[in-house]
Structures are given as C-alpha cells and as structure tokens.
Design a protein around this ligand. Structure first.
Ligand code: 5GP
Length: 207
C-alpha cells in the first residue's frame, strides 16, 4: 500500500558537502523520484541553468510568490531567498514519487512541521571542517567572502544534526552513495499515519 503514496526525502548540509554529486549518483537506483527545483533570488553561478538548477527570480517576484502562498517553505540563506514551490511537490506526491529536497536546516524544520509523517531527513557533511574548506576553495565558483559566509553557516548548521534522522559523512562518494540509496529506499516505505489507521482497520476486519 505504501508503494503508491509519495514520500519526502530532505537532504541538508553545507554547500560543498557533495549533496548534488550524491543525488546525481543515486537518482537512477531509487525508483520514481521528483527532485524539487527551488526558487531563489541569488545570482546564477557559472554553468547553472534557469529551470534546471533553480528557478532564478527577482526579490519582487519572490515576495509576490510568498504573498500568493506558493511555497511549502522558504528561508533566507546567505542573504538570499530560497523556497520550495508547493504545486509541483503536491503533484509528485500524488503520483507516488519520492520527492527530494535539497534545503537548509530552516527549510527542514518547516517541512517537518507540516509533513513529518511522510518525511525522512538526512544531514550530509564532509568528515571535517578542514575538508569542507578545501572543497569550497577548490570549487572556486564563489568569492572569498561568499566562501567565508558558507563556512560560518556550516559551523552553525552542524550544531543541528540531531534534528535529522540520518547523518551521512561524505568521505568516499561511492560509500556515501550506497548508504543514501538504502535511506532513500526506506524513506519510500514510511507509512503516513492515515494509512496506518486504514491498515489496522482492514487487518482487524479480516479476522
Ligand atoms: P546554494 O546557493 O549553494 O545553491 O544553496 C545554499 C543553501 O540553500 C543550501 O544549504 C541549500 O540546501 C539551501 N536551499 C536551496 N534551496 C532551498 C529551498 O528551497 N529552501 C531552503 N530552506 N533552503 C534551500
């Protein structure tokens, strides 16, 4: 029964921890999924495509979407707005897909408040702060100022790991991907409270 109902997998963790590479690596091995494309007001990075990596909008447009209650959650991260649009997520859940969110700790908090019974969450990080700094510098898509902001943010975010169901330390990409595949498969099997009640009634009715 739970195969048909959708579920949510929240991935959080510092920029540079390898969330995108991990998702790309596991996406073909975890069944029907919908990767939620967030809306953001941050400037597009080199190599990013509007509508693929994010929906890039102006602050005015973002505020209009807030007023129209189009977001499941939104937050200010590194001084820019980021939000998850409700419409596409609802459709994907109806189709029984595993909806994957790459959102920050504030977004995770909001999703847990609204949809905890179908949500599984994972915090992904590097083995050490030093390794995170190394990766952020070698990626070299951001200025020193932005990198420093991300490092400060990461230090605050790791303090909230205990709010997550799982911690994945991305030391070795293949090993971390294997762990994440197991978690994603289990996330799909999570049963919403309503369905548990239905199941118990049916189970008892067939004495
Ligand atoms: P980046 O600018 O590196 O793409 O993302 C910065 C941070 O924003 C990451 O921690 C990412 O998880 C978070 N983020 C991306 N989209 C959303 C969203 O829709 N909602 C929230 N709350 N955080 C987001």
């Amino acid at each position: 029964m739970n195969q048909q109902s959708g579920a949510i997998l929240v991935l959080s963790g510092p920029s540079g921890a390898g969330k995108s590479s991990l998702v790309a690596k596991i996406i073909d091995d975890i069944g029907p999924t919908y990767f939620s494309i967030s809306t953001t007001t941050r400037p597009m990075r080199e190599g990013e495509i509007d509508g693929v990596h994010y929906h890039f909008v102006s602050v005015e447009e973002f505020k209009r979407e807030i007023e129209e209650e189009m977001f499941l959650e939104y937050a200010v991260v590194h001084g820019n707005y980021y939000g998850t649009s409700l419409g596409a997520v609802k459709n994907a859940l109806k189709e029984g897909k595993l909806v994957i969110f790459d959102i920050d700790v504030q977004g995770h908090d909001a999703v847990q408040n609204r949809l905890s019974d179908i949500t599984t969450s994972v915090f992904i990080t590097t083995p050490t702060l030093e390794e995170l700094k190394r990766r952020l510098h070698s990626r070299s898509t951001d200025s020193e100022e932005v990198i420093n902001k991300r490092i400060e943010m990461a230090k605050r975010e790791v303090q909230r790991i205990s709010e997550y169901d799982f911690l994945v330390v991305n030391d070795n990409l293949d090993e971390a991907a294997d762990v994440l595949i197991s978690i994603a498969k289990a996330a799909r099997m999570k049963i919403p409270t309503l369905q548990i009640n239905e199941f118990v009634q049916l189970w008892e009715a067939n004495a």
